[in-house]
Design a binder for this molecule. Structure first.
Ligand code: MN
Length: 445
């Protein structure tokens, strides 16, 4: 049995927006993710992705298609140019907005008929819009929730001791850097930093030679918690506004040199790319999955991280993919090559456990905070979610269709992440793209 289903999930729903009716698209009327966009230098404002279009929420309010409390939230979101106000209003508000928007975009409703008459005023082609970060992110935390990723990376950095003894007890994470989060499509410059070859006596300061992507899923916090308060595991998902894709760009040579004793720092905080559309937990209801099945020798999570419902359906069945195109591939019009494909069901810790753990010491999470899952890696080679694992620290380079090889990212490489959910009896939904191109390092000043 699937919980949380309502009228908005029915696969038969049809939108008057024609592009939303095509099969195998990311944004049918059953998805309705929230984002923030800008057109022609105008102010940033909130919208909903539908087919190849954006429903301009502010314009929808001005056309009297949305009213009351939701209209006030949208107006605040328009003033602020972020979704924080909507997220802060909580899951009930996000669900209510989803319901109204579904009604407004349906071909067979009175609201849909009225909306269709003013479509020129409320729809913007996505191709004409600049998609921005969905929220003002006050704090960004990155976890390490894939046991496959942790084991693979651990065995490269510490062959004798790959998985540290705390891993199965505590969801490992670190505080990332919110100021360098960038919207999908923003180019990312190869960072300079310290690294030290094993054979060398001293480190050098130079552009990274081991530039990597990390395929991750992000969760935006909706309602926060007061400092000092915990978030019980059974309540944790009430604090999530929705999910997105995250590319945690990483400089592996800096990381190897700096990560002990306090964890990642400059290896990761120069840029992190976030996909523009926030897919609500409501939209994801048909695609829930059991949490990771722990091995017989694994400990059960401590009581505050245990919940029967979370064990039964705390996972999300999201297929995740990374494709790469080198500059030469684009010149020769060779399509991007798939370099990773995996599933978010392979994660050892659920999103609810990450939220509960984060707040378990009384740390206050705030609306718009971003929690990322950590690299999503599965148990197969092709499901490894970063090049470090994919090429096993460069020892098994990938060969591109042009004959070029890749151990790590080269200048001009473009990395695109995608995610989607499919299930018999439901419409497929997707996350859109998380895209970034690698620029050469700046010359030293
Ligand atoms: Mn990461």
């Amino acid at each position: 049995m699937i919980t949380g289903l309502d009228e908005t999930h029915r696969p038969e729903l049809v939108s008057w927006v024609e592009s939303a009716r095509t099969d195998a698209i990311d944004f049918p009327i059953q998805n309705l993710p929230l984002g923030v966009f800008r057109t022609h230098g105008r102010e940033a404002r909130p919208g909903v992705a539908i087919g190849t279009q954006i429903l301009d929420l502010g314009a929808t309010v001005r056309q009297h298609l949305i009213s009351g409390v939701l209209a006030s939230l949208i107006e605040r979101s328009c003033e602020e140019g972020t979704l924080n106000a909507v997220f802060a209003a909580g899951r009930t508000a996000v669900a209510a907005l989803r319901s109204v928007v579904s009604d407004t975009l349906r071909i067979d409703t009175e609201a849909g008929a009225r909306a269709r008459l003013v479509q020129g005023a409320i729809l913007i082609p996505m191709a004409d819009a600049e998609l921005l970060l969905p929220a003002h992110v006050g704090d960004y935390t990155d976890f390490y929730a894939s046991i496959h990723h942790a084991t693979n990376v651990g065995s490269m950095f510490r062959p004798d001791n790959p998985l540290l003894p705390n891993y199965k007890w505590v969801p490992i994470g670190y505080h990332g850097r919110a100021s360098s989060l960038v919207a999908s499509g923003t180019p990312v410059r190869r960072p300079r930093g310290q690294s030290k070859d094993d054979a060398a006596n001293a480190p050098t300061f130079a552009p990274t030679r081991r530039f990597d992507y990390e395929l991750e899923v992000g969760a935006f916090i909706g309602t926060g918690n007061a400092r000092g308060d915990e978030i019980r595991i059974g309540e944790a998902e009430r604090h999530l506004a929705g999910l997105c894709l995250v590319n945690d760009w990483s400089a592996r040579d800096f990381q190897a040199w700096e990560y002990q004793p306090l964890g990642p720092f400059l290896a990761k905080n120069f840029a992190t790319t976030v996909s523009p559309w926030v897919v609500s937990l409501e939209a994801l209801a048909p695609f829930r999955a059991p949490a990771y099945t722990r091995g017989d020798d694994d400990p059960a999570p401590l009581p505050h991280l245990s919940d029967p419902l979370d064990a039964r359906e705390g996972g999300f069945d999201i297929t995740l993919e990374v494709v790469l195109a080198s500059a030469r591939m684009r010149e020769q019009h060779v399509p991007p090559m798939r370099v990773s494909i995996g599933s978010f069901t392979s994660m050892y810790w659920t999103m609810a456990q990450l939220v509960t753990h984060h707040a378990s010491n009384g740390c206050n999470l705030q609306p718009g905070d971003l929690l990322a899952s950590g690299t999503v890696s599965g148990d197969r080679k092709e499901s490894r979610g970063c090049l470090l694992e994919r090429t096993w620290r460069g020892s098994e380079p990938l060969t591109l269709p042009t004959g070029e090889t890749r151990s790590f990212l080269e200048d001009g490489d473009e990395v695109v992440m995608r995610g989607w959910c499919e299930r018999q009896g439901f419409r497929r939904i997707g996350f859109g793209e998380c895209r970034g191109i690698v620029l050469p390092a700046r010359e030293p000043s």
